[in-house]
Design a protein around this ligand. Structure first.
Ligand SMILES: Cc1cc2nc3c(=O)[nH]c(=O)nc-3n(C[C@H](O)[C@H](O)[C@H](O)COP(=O)(O)O)c2cc1C
Length: 182
């Protein structure tokens, strides 16, 4: 069945919260348009040019990508409903910084990436910032055998105007397809 997208890509997309400093304070914005950019450690976030956070990233050259767990769905949604132009979003979370203080990260989020802008691309009123990951942090209680555990991290997936959580691990990359003969 062919479907009408009504101006919204259907997903799935992981819900992320981008962080940056603007006017000497952390600010946080919900992002669905972004993720992994290539095989090198580079993430991207696509942000409307008129958003408050966009000016902060352009000024400092740094942003964070914070992965909220399902328990943070309300806070994550709120960061996508109000603008830092009107609301001080620095008070929603506890922020922590890398030693150089380049971009704020969210203590409550189980997974955080600090990114240094290495490229950007204008696309229909949005700027897609590409950021080299210069530090990554995972909450201790979200690790299993020394690795980030997806079920413990419990990220939020957006699809078809819904927020969903991860139910189960269903396989391993480059393994599940091995027995298919084409
Ligand atoms: C689930 C969700 C996903 C969003 N994804 C994006 C996105 O990828 N890019 C974007 O520019 N805005 C996105 N938005 C909208 C911004 O988060 C929203 O307009 C926000 O209030 C802008 O905040 P700011 O002006 O403080 O930067 C999203 C909002 C929600 C609720």
């Amino acid at each position: 069945m062919k479907i009408t997208l009504e101006n919204q890509p259907v997903g799935p997309f992981p819900a992320m919260i981008a962080g940056a400093v603007l006017n000497a304070k952390p600010t946080y914005t919900t992002v669905g348009a972004g993720g992994c950019a290539c095989l090198e450690p580079v993430l991207c976030v696509s942000l409307k040019d008129t958003h408050y956070i966009t000016g902060g990233i352009a000024q400092t050259g740094y942003f964070s990508v914070n992965i909220p767990s399902a328990a943070l769905v309300k806070e994550m949604d709120f960061c996508g409903m109000v603008s830092g132009k009107d609301v001080d979003k620095s008070v929603i979370f506890k922020s922590f910084f890398d030693p150089a203080g380049n971009a704020p990260m969210i203590e409550e989020c189980p997974l955080n990436f600090l990114c240094k802008v290495c490229d950007s691309k204008q696309i229909r009123g949005f700027t897609m910032f590409f950021g080299e990951i210069i530090a990554a942090f995972v909450n201790d209680d979200c690790m299993t055998q020394g690795k980030p555990d997806p079920i413990k991290i419990d990220p939020i997936i957006m699809m078809g105007f819904n927020y969903c959580d991860l139910k189960n691990i269903i396989g391993k990359p480059f393994s599940e397809g091995k027995n298919i003969r084409a």
